[in-house]
Design a protein around this ligand. Structure first.
Ligand SMILES: Nc1nc(=O)c2c([nH]1)NC[C@@H]1CN(c3ccc(C(=O)N[C@@H](CCC(=O)O)C(=O)O)cc3)C=[N+]21
Ligand SMILES: [Mg+2]
Length: 287
């Protein structure tokens, strides 16, 4: 078989960020305010702190004003709600991101439910997930949207093809399955309680892996020539690992999104894109 194609999310995201920067510069030159993105970080998880820093830097680089609120590990649900309310009311803020996971004493559902749907740039509120389910316009979760954009950029057809999603999370598995269905793929979702997952995965023309388990997917999960999207990201002693064991699947896949450099940069790009969309809606600018 020919060499697999690497789906380069890093390059695509950089290209798209350039386009966003140009669009933002254009409205700024017409006298409009800068788009504003609020990032709420609760606690001192070092990985979360790094992600938040990367998101803020990416925003700044394209002309989005990042504002952050860092709350102590011991914060209560009420403490977080107060910060959400403040950003909900702030007309300079177009997007609000609550970095996950929140410390265990905080009621995640209650916090998410408080974010104004028009500022919900993660697409995690019931309103936006409902809109997505109904095929209505809203804000679409970043990682799923980035995966679809990556597939599209590489001309990977979805209509009539079989897609298998590994994982059912609200952030990735569930919404990516919805988006793939909307593109007329035949979609199966498998998860930790699915017996013989490899047998099902081996039917996939497109395999999206968001299981949160390092190197879960090996050659026996892969139909020869399949397109494999690796959403996992784990910090090992020897650098970053995905949910896919790249070495072991390499001789079978048709295309693969690498970790790092695949889905991760696309996720951040879509956060910026959603902030830009929310901003245009707030300012009454055409889409
Ligand atoms: N409310 C919320 N929204 C999120 O979107 C969200 C979240 N919480 N919590 C954590 C996960 C994780 N996540 C990543 C984003 C970018 C990279 C990324 O840029 N990865 C680089 C590598 C970066 C590195 O070196 O660690 C890459 O894959 O190339 C990774 C992971 C967003 N998440
Ligand atoms: Mg996201």
């Amino acid at each position: 078989m020919t060499e697999p194609m690497l789906l380069n999310g890093q390059r695509l995201a950089a290209e798209m960020r350039g386009q966003l920067a140009a669009q933002i510069a254009r409205v700024r030159a017409q006298g409009y305010r800068a788009p504003g993105l609020a990032v709420i970080l609760v606690g001192d998880d070092p990985a979360s702190a790094i992600y938040v820093r990367n998101k803020k830097r990416a925003a700044q680089e394209i002309g989005i004003e990042p504002v952050d609120a860092v709350l102590p590990q011991g914060s209560t649900t009420e403490d977080v709600l107060r910060v959400v309310d403040q950003f909900n009311q702030d007309p300079a803020i177009d997007g609000i991101l609550v970095q996950m996971p929140l410390p265990p004493q905080i009621e995640t559902e209650t916090v998410l439910a408080r974010v104004r749907p028009d500022k919900d740039v993660d697409g995690l509120t019931v309103t936006n997930l409902g809109r997505l389910t109904a095929g209505e316009e809203g804000l679409v979760p970043c990682t799923p949207k980035g995966i679809l954009r990556l597939l599209e950029a590489y001309d990977i057809a979805l209509a009539g093809r079989r897609a298998v999603v590994v994982g059912r999370s609200r952030l990735v598995g569930l919404p990516v399955a919805l988006l793939l269905m909307q593109r007329q793929a035949t979609v199966t979702v498998i998860h930790s309680r699915t017996p013989e997952p490899e047998t099902i995965a081996r039917q996939a023309d497109i395999l999206v892996v968001a299981a949160g388990k390092p190197h879960l997917v090996t050659e026996d999960w892969i139909k020869p020539g399949a397109v494999v999207i690796d959403v996992g990201i784990h910090r090992g002693d020897h650098g970053l690992l995905g949910d896919v064991d790249r070495e072991r699947v390499w001789s079978r896949v048709g295309a693969l999104s690498p970790v790092p450099g695949g889905v991760g940069p696309m996720t951040i790009l879509e956060l910026l894109d959603n902030t830009w969309t929310a901003y245009r809606r707030h300012e009454g600018l055409s889409e």
